[in-house]
Design a protein around this ligand. Structure first.
Ligand SMILES: Cc1cc2nc3c(=O)[nH]c(=O)nc-3n(C[C@H](O)[C@H](O)[C@H](O)COP(=O)(O)OP(=O)(O)OC[C@H]3O[C@@H](n4cnc5c(N)ncnc54)[C@H](O)[C@@H]3O)c2cc1C
Length: 425
């Protein structure tokens, strides 16, 4: 059985995987199922990464539970995997085949006796912004990060661990599972190989002055749209206008919002066109009369994803417009947005009024702000460069923008590379 317990002291493994998103989970499972020991380290209180926040996957439009649940089961039953949540690498030294790693594991303030019964949450009066839903709603200070969270244990927001008000949560727990005095732990590990799978964060849309994010309430991002559409999101799956909570008759998707733009993200994030097409289906399913306008420079739907694009085009209420949106302004009388775009073929300026605008912002690698150790080389955008001699192997979006299916293939390759390094010890 994989460990949930905070650990102390010295541990040994063939591979350390940093980042518990779909890339890290895949690498860990593939490694462990080859009979190798692996430490899977995640800085948040739960595994799953960004995929856990998606409403449905393209192209099949199934919920993330499809893929994640089976993987979590594989982790649960495999004694070769040791999961450390709330953990971060402090330092790595050594060479491929023999790395010494210092890990800091932050306190959860809830131990493994937690049954996730929720009695502590019921009595808790303190609230915090729910980061899982991009701060659009609140959770209690003691909370289960989301319905599928693994490990299935509550966690206390560290800001409130010392708050007198938390004592009633301790009293409400019949299992003695809450320990507000829990301390951070230092863990040392010796590993043969390191796979770095720390993923991405959304590009900060408020930096794109001309598109009105943060200025107009009815301009949201694609990452927020995933949460608005989710049953476990802030609106329980009802996609409504943030300004007046009304249903929606028209939506404009702004492709390449900040992407392929020297002033913002010069590269293509590879998933945004498909994500917008998918999100168009979220709205069409809820509002059969709604018109969707997708403004694009060119549509990127590589390989078999072309079939998904073709299927979406069959919907006569989804309109594709060639043109980059240069400006969004608000109609002050009704809170609608006016999208101004130039058709890149005809030069014609088109103005379209919609009730909600969705900015398809790209993926920024976390490695660009939080670099991997050992001076691991990064490319000009902050992704881990291929074939580094440091022995730190990139997997998932930390190595390039990619969707889940390519991430899974690449992460499997990373597991094999890591095993290879370990065998050379
Ligand atoms: C709006 C949108 C919708 C999308 N929809 C789809 C879709 O429908 N289908 C599809 O195939 N793809 C989709 N994608 C792409 C998909 O989200 C990525 O392919 C996937 O998240 C990549 O997984 P990952 O594990 O590389 O990164 P992540 O999901 O970002 O996971 C990385 C993990 O590492 C952890 N971490 C970060 N830093 C550290 C650290 N220093 N130490 C320890 N842990 C750390 C993070 O907390 C996180 O858990 C979408 C992308 C966007 C922007």
């Amino acid at each position: 059985m994989a460990e949930f317990k905070p650990v102390e002291g010295q541990i040994k493994a063939d591979t350390l995987v940093v980042g518990g998103g779909i890339a890290g989970i895949t690498t860990a499972i593939e490694t462990a199922e080859m009979g190798k020991k692996v430490i899977l380290l995640e800085r948040l209180p739960y595994l799953g990464g960004r995929v856990a926040r998606i409403h449905q996957y393209f192209p099949k439009l199934c919920p993330p539970t499809c893929g994640i649940e089976i993987n979590l089961k594989r982790i649960r039953i495999n004694p070769n995997i040791r999961v450390l949540t709330l953990a971060e690498v402090e330092s790595i030294s050594g060479t491929p085949g023999n790395f010494e790693v210092k890990i800091k594991q932050n306190p959860r303030y809830v131990n493994e006796k937690c049954t996730a019964c929720g009695e502590c949450e019921k009595v808790c009066d303190i609230e915090r912004d729910n980061d899982f839903n991009h701060g659009l709603d609140k959770t209690k200070a003691i909370y289960l990060p989301h319905a599928m969270a693994y490990p299935p244990q509550y966690v206390v927001d560290p800001k409130y661990a010392g708050d007198e008000g938390m004592k009633k949560c301790v009293d409400a727990c019949d299992y003695d599972a809450i320990d507000l005095n829990m301390q951070a732990k230092e863990v040392s590990a010796t590993v043969g190989a390191v796979v770095w799978a720390t993923g991405w964060k959304p590009y900060d849309a408020s930096k794109i002055d001309n598109l009105g994010y943060g200025q107009y309430k009815n301009v949201v991002t694609n990452a927020i749209m995933e949460r608005l559409a989710s049953q476990n999101g802030p609106t329980e799956g009802k996609i409504v206008r943030p300004s007046d909570q009304k249903g929606i008759k028209s939506v404009g998707f702004v492709q390449c919002a900040g992407s392929r733009d020297e002033n913002h993200l010069p590269y293509c994030s590879a998933v945004c066109c498909l994500a917008s097409m998918k999100q168009a289906t979220y709205i069409r399913n809820l509002y059969p009369e709604a018109d969707i306008h997708i403004f694009y420079i060119d549509v990127r739907s590589p390989g078999r994803m072309e079939d998904f694009y073709t299927k979406i085009q069959e919907d006569k209420k989804i309109h594709f417009h060639r043109g980059k949106v240069a400006k969004i302004s608000e109609n002050p009388t009704n809170g609608n947005l006016i999208l101004e775009a130039e058709n890149t073929l005809t030069g014609e300026i088109v103005k379209t009024e919609v009730e909600l605008a969705v900015l398809a912002t790209g993926m920024v690698p976390n490695t660009s702000v939080d670099a991997p150790p050992l001076d691991t080389p990064l490319d000009e955008f902050g992704f881990i460069a291929p074939n580094s001699k440091t022995g730190i192997i990139g997997a998932g979006v930390s190595s390039r923008p990619q969707d889940v299916s390519i991430t899974v293939q690449e992460a499997t390759g990373a597991a094999m590379k890591a095993i290879n390094i370990g065998m050379g010890r």
